[in-house]
Design a protein around this ligand. Sequence first.
Ligand code: AMP
Length: 544
Amino acid sequence: MLGTMQDGQLSIANLLRHGSRVHATAEVVTWTGTGSRRATYTEVAREAAKLAHALRGLGVTSDQRIGTFMWNNNEHLVAYLAVPAMGAVLHTLNIRLFPEQLTYVANHAEDHVVLVDGTLVPLLAKVLPTFDTVKHVVVVNGDASTVQAPDGVTVHSYAELLADQPDEFEWPAVDENSAAAMCYTSGTTGDPKGVVYTHRSIWLHSMQVCMTDSMALAQSDRALVIVPQFHAMSWGLPYAALMVGASLIMPDRFLQPEPLAAMIAAERPTMAGAVPTIWQGLLALLKQRPQDLAPLTRAVVGGSACPPALMAAFDELGVTIIHAWGMTETSPLGSVSRPPAGVSGDEEWQYRILQGRFPGSVRARLMADDGTQLPWDNEAVGELEVAGPWVAAAYYRVAEGEEGSEKFHDGWLRTGDVGAITPDGFLRLTDRSKDIIKSGGEWISSVDLENQVMAHPAVAEAAVIGVPDEKWSERPLVAVVLAEGQSATPDELRSFLAAKVAKWQLPENWTFIDEVPKTSVGKFDKKRLRAAAAGGELDIAHLS
Ligand code: AMP
């Protein structure tokens, strides 16, 4: 028997209509370095209509891919809305990818148009001649005449292209399962892999972003969106903001601690989202130059394990860090750490530092190497697999049997993340499957060691990798970045660890570096660190 309910299609066009009508005066604020420029959601919707007309004029009549090579700002939000709403597909290009990877993803997605921020033109110019399918480049907030157009490519100015367009558009009806946006992830081996979000998956994920025990985004929020729009869709914050009428504060290219602190002072966000590195940088600044952060009371942190010491430091500043886990393949919200009702004190803390609890729409299971399922007892450690309506079922144009297809089986995504799950459904990650260290047949979690070392006051950052060892096959090497003006010896740091980790896990290999190498999305780049260690580039102290 069928139900008697309507079949309302979930679409970005509906999100745009709703946000701009019901929340007409909510705004997107873009930082300019010295101040802000602002647009209400009504103005955003008008600009989206103009962009859609302009793109029609450039031959975008169906599901062509429109690349964006942009910072977080008003115009990027306009593209987020206009492109899917007109039935085309938004492809957010990660500006930090290596040039060969950018070429690969633009050609693999077959981008037809690229919108580029004026400040990023020099970066795009290097790779543009290798983009085989791009016919139009639109320069946003910059001078179009600076772009050397390769043969077959026409360059436009965004402002001129939109100037005379109508500010209303007849948004077409789209099937909710059709493609709305895509992001490539370089998290796996080989070439980057495309994840294609649907109108439906984005809509459902937006509802999750707004749920109380998730990010709890609400109409009263002013969300500081530091996580890039080219990385996992800014964790879904832009679309969710249109759904509930939260205002957005976009940092544009000003991602250093000083402008972020200025933005917080001027625009008074209530919540924020960023990876741990950003918060580490901000914390270092706030220690030197204290500042009242109110009304900022919560910050969602994920993308890498959030060091508990960082959470404790922000607690003292009145900002609760909410730890979350996710991936490009999961839209990205997987789990969010909201302690269960009734717990307090140390018990509450033990929940907060976990990667979070799975929501109703994300199913999880823990797998042993032999393919059997492991219990949720917070002890058994295995690979996490997830499934749900905003979890990828495949990579774009990767057929069964091709490299990358092994990440999906029986309707589940193999995350490559290793950890345990508590009986009440909280995830405790111990590592990436490729980062875990195996010493004498026993596993050592690199993330646990990093967190312990980063709790030392003289340490700004620490990354742990496994290095070959004759006796144990692998032993941990700790690469330490000291906080400004601080000093510490390997012996001191090891003694500090001695009270916290099992004796056999205590690292004997230490090195001091200026900076932990980071990937295109700001995570510790352990591949590069391993290469530096293997190539003898690091000055390593071996304690006996
Ligand atoms: P990406 O697709 O670039 O967002 O990377 C996803 C990966 O980031 C996950 O598979 C995890 O390895 C890692 N990650 C994300 N959030 C966390 C977290 N809270 N703790 C530890 N690792 C995380």
